[in-house]
Design a protein around this ligand. Structure first.
Ligand SMILES: NC(=O)c1ccc[n+]([C@@H]2O[C@H](COP(=O)([O-])OP(=O)(O)OC[C@H]3O[C@@H](n4cnc5c(N)ncnc54)[C@H](OP(=O)(O)O)[C@@H]3O)[C@@H](O)[C@H]2O)c1
Length: 345
């Protein structure tokens, strides 16, 4: 017996499109393994929305987006100018997937949609960090009040199960320290500088050429993307109400090739680390370039890797590393959350 899950999707960029693609390719396995069939009843991008109570054609939307067309232009189902929130209000979905842009000023358009969804008893799966970084407590309390799930395992290092290990698999153990390489762009740049013997500027240009760095790399290279992820981890894993202002943040702009080479000569490596360190009853939270012994698991990460290490009081030291060469693992993490809403305890 297969259960239909009617879901609405906001954001049809890298993450949304690849999610549609994975669901198309995996739908039979998902039905066989979990008894679930995901039915897309509403979708929104910057052009407007598309709605169908019978289910939209995911392949049609994916292909239209790949051809550079807005979802509002799709014949019969497109709704030009309809906002994501208006789409959600009409879609009749039981699950919202938020893959809209991370907006750290207002959280929009994702915030209003997540709020509406949680207030109306929908589960929410987010790849978008903005609403969580700005309003974690409010959103999780609302989800708890309504008895629905708010899942966001793709927000911290894409496919790496950073959140899931911390929230689920360390249950009952205390966390004394967390070290993370949560930002792929900066790890790529630092790795390239050392391996290819190039300056910071050259490595940044190379990262932009391969598409791992944005045209404006500020959020990544100044440490704020990693900081946003540490805010989510501090709130969810450490249960510490945390905002960006609680963190000390320094990026990698000042790192020179000579610094990396000197560290290497001394049997060390410099990485941009997000760290939570237990101090008494609280945690000190920071993002900064950090010198590690060369045999430390985070020192050994390659240019495409992200990683986390949890130091616990009863469960030893648990590490996880992901090699992530594009957005697909984050889309797969979104699908993981969608499935786990229905099958995980
Ligand atoms: N890419 C990654 O590897 C990665 C990893 C982890 C988390 N994330 C997060 O996942 C989210 C999506 O990332 P992405 O790489 O897919 O971004 P993206 O390629 O820039 O796509 C963003 C999508 O949101 C749509 N959008 C923009 N304004 C909108 C609005 N007002 N209402 C509805 N839709 C709107 C865009 O519409 P158009 O298509 O019309 O432009 C586009 O489809 C972001 O929050 C990002 O931080 C991404």
């Amino acid at each position: 017996m297969t259960r239909d899950v009617r879901y609405a999707l906001i954001g049809l960029g890298n993450i949304g499109r690849n999610l549609l693609d994975i669901i198309i390719h995996r739908q039979e396995a998902i039905a066989a393994d979990y008894g679930l069939r995901f039915v897309l009843v509403g979708a929104a991008d910057s052009s407007g929305a598309a709605l169908s109570a019978d289910g939209l054609d995911g392949a049609d939307i994916r292909d239209s987006k790949q051809a550079g067309l807005g979802v509002a232009g799709i014949s019969g189902v497109g709704r030009p100018g309809m906002s994501a929130l208006e789409m959600l209000e009409s879609a009749g979905a039981e699950l919202l997937v938020d893959a809209s842009p991370t907006n750290l000023q207002t959280g929009e358009p994702g915030l209003s949609c997540q709020r509406w969804a949680l207030q109306h008893g929908l589960h929410v799966v987010a790849a978008n960090k903005g609403p969580l970084v700005l309003h974690y407590q409010e959103l999780t309390e609302q989800a708890h009040r309504q008895g629905v799930r708010l899942s966001f395992s793709g927000t911290v290092a894409g496919g790496l199960p950073t959140v899931n290990i911390g929230v689920r698999d360390l249950a009952g153990s205390g966390v004394t320290r967390i070290e993370g390489i949560f930002n792929g762009t900066t790890n790529y740049i630092l790795s390239c500088m050392l391996e290819d013997e190039v300056s910071y500027d050259e490595a940044l240009r190379g990262a932009q050429r391969v598409g791992i760095a944005e045209a404006d790399p500020t959020l990544d290279v100044d440490g704020w993307d990693a900081a946003n992820k540490l805010v989510i981890i501090a709130n969810s894993v450490l249960r510490r109400p945390t905002t960006l202002s609680d963190l000390e943040v320094e990026g990698i702009r000042k790192i020179r090739l000579a610094d990396l080479q000197a560290a290497q000569k001394a049997g060390q490596a410099i990485k941009l680390l997000a760290v939570a360190e237990r101090q008494g009853d609280d945690y000190a939270l920071s993002v900064r370039p950090t010198t590690l012994p060369a045999d430390h698991i985070l020192a050994r990460t390659g240019r495409w890797d992200m990683a986390v290490v949890y130091y616990t009081d009863y469960m030893g030291v648990i590490s996880a590393v992901i090699e992530e060469k594009g957005p697909v693992p984050t889309s797969a993490a979104v699908l993981r959350d969608m499935i786990n809403v229905y099958v995980a305890g």
